[in-house]
Ligand binder design. Structure first.
Ligand code: SIN
Length: 474
């Protein structure tokens, strides 16, 4: 029997990899059901691609590097922006229906850091949900893909130093070993490790922690992007996003006195790169609060931004009539498992793609709407390469098992999230970072979340100069 390619994670990067690997057999393992639990489905803004008249991959690359503080790997950026139009075509071939103008051309939105409208979207601000719906359906139809939900992969199997499978627990805690010709981690980001996040709680770094335990090289893990505008709902961990596309459509940030928050801060004002806006909002929240005034969008609001509208109304806020209270929230991890353009990690047989991976494409701060794009572009590349791997069948010999530590209990995890927000937020200092390392009750507790958080704090402490999303006040 031919050994499958094992893909862990059911977000856009995992699904693109699985589809592109055809006809090689794929086993897609997901912690949640049917793509639920993946941050991809919550993405609102859309997908950046140089589609408009006069736009070019070079212009898109320039904005990507500018947002990333030129810490980006230029070769990866060129792959990303050079393949963006093909990625949009591929999604359309998989039945994603993007919003169009009356003349049939694709509607293009604008977001922070882009020098022009460049973002295609679907269902207004429901792009991630629409893309995931189409790709989940495509993977269900694909005869080469077998899907399993409710599976938590907590270990890797190694034979002669090469990854040859995974150790997994089902919903009842039953353990099993699954062998494959290669393993791909597509487990998403780490927002769930922070007290406030725009990610689902499941995006908690579980795949990154596994790679760390197995000794794979990590890269740039100090760079965490905060979205400036999550809906401020005190006491909640996973907050609804208030998409940046609203600012592209004219909404403005206000401070507690009702004054424009971004005036004079950056030439692009409310559409400045996300790290710049997040720091202003972070400070303004400490000084009394921040609001997004989107009343100018008026009666078109529910049709253009149905997701934000629904979330606001659910919490008694009518964005047509009143400014929306917002707060920064952990949104995207630029760092991750160090990989090359084809998703190879430093551990033979282990691959990574999407947010859990770091090939350097986003530099020190990701450009808006480049994340779904990354998942499709690098997922397709990786899937095509792994699909061509010769099947050597089940190799013989003993496997060793490397497992992640057990999970922290709920109170310790809650403490760790607060600590990460304080020490690893949009504004950092050596004092806070050192204090975090010393707080033994949380960081030094046994538990994979604490071990991963400790590695991130150490990386942040090590980078003494500010760069992109890593901002040191000292
Ligand atoms: C947003 O819609 O504001 C977020 C899009 C992104 O993360 O790129």
């Amino acid at each position: 029997m031919s050994a499958p390619l094992i893909i862990v994670g059911g977000g856009i990067a995992g699904l693109a990899t699985a589809l592109a690997a055809a006809p090689a057999p794929v086993l897609l393992l997901n912690r949640a059901r049917s793509g639920a639990g993946a941050a991809s489905g919550m993405a609102q803004g859309g997908i950046a691609a140089p589609i408009g008249g006069g736009d070019t991959p070079q212009a898109h690359a320039r904005d990507t590097c500018e947002a990333g503080s030129h810490h980006n790997d230029r070769e990866m950026v060129d792959l990303l922006t050079g393949d963006a139009v093909a990625a949009i075509d591929w999604l359309q071939r998989h039945d994603v229906v993007f919003d169009r103008n009356g003349d049939g051309t694709l509607q293009l939105g604008r977001e922070g850091g882009h020098d022009r409208p460049r973002i295609v979207h679907a269902g207004g601000d429901a792009t991630g949900a629409k893309v995931m719906e189409a790709l989940v359906a495509a993977t269900r139809r694909a005869p080469h893909i077998r899907r399993r939900a409710d599976v938590d992969v907590d270990g890797l199997l190694l034979r002669g130093g090469r990854t040859c499978g995974v150790h997994a627990l089902d919903a009842d805690g039953n353990a099993e070993q699954i062998h494959g010709r290669a393993v791909v981690l597509a487990t998403g980001g780490i927002g769930g490790l922070f007290a406030r996040t725009s990610n689902p709680a499941d995006a908690d770094g579980n795949g990154l922690a596994l790679a760390l335990a197995a000794g794979a090289a990590l890269r740039d893990i100090e760079f965490v992007q905060f979205h400036p505008t999550a809906l401020a709902l005190p006491g909640l961990h996973s907050l609804p996003l208030v998409t940046e596309a609203l600012r592209g459509a004219g909404a403005r940030l206000l401070d507690a006195e009702g004054k424009p928050l971004m005036a004079g801060v950056h030439p692009l004002a409310d559409l400045a790169p996300r790290d710049v806006v997040a720091r202003q909002v972070w400070q303004a929240c400490r000084d009394g609060g921040t609001w997004l005034d989107a009343r100018g969008i008026g009666t078109a609001f529910p049709a253009r931004f149905p997701t934000v509208f629904g979330a606001c109304m659910q919490h008694g806020i009518d964005p047509r009539l009143q400014p929306i209270p917002v707060t920064p929230a952990a949104h995207f991890h630029m760092g991750g498992i160090a990989v090359d353009a084809d998703g190879r990690s430093s551990l033979p047989g282990l691959h990574a793609v999407g947010e859990v991976a770091c090939n350097g494409v986003h530099g020190a701060n990701r450009l808006a709407s480049n994340s779904l794009l990354e998942g499709v572009v690098f997922g397709r590349r990786l899937g095509a390469r792994l699909g061509d791997l010769p099947d050597t069948g089940h190799a013989h010999g003993e496997c060793t098992l490397v497992r992640r530590e057990p999970s922290l209990d709920a109170p310790r995890l809650a403490g760790l999230r607060e600590l990460m927000m304080r020490a690893m937020g949009p504004v950092r200092s050596g004092g806070e970072l050192r204090a975090a390392l010393q707080e033994r009750s949380a960081l030094a507790a046994d538990g994979w979340q604490a071990t991963l958080a400790q590695a991130m704090v150490e990386a942040a402490l090590h980078r003494t100069r500010s760069l992109g999303a890593h901002f040191r006040i000292d």
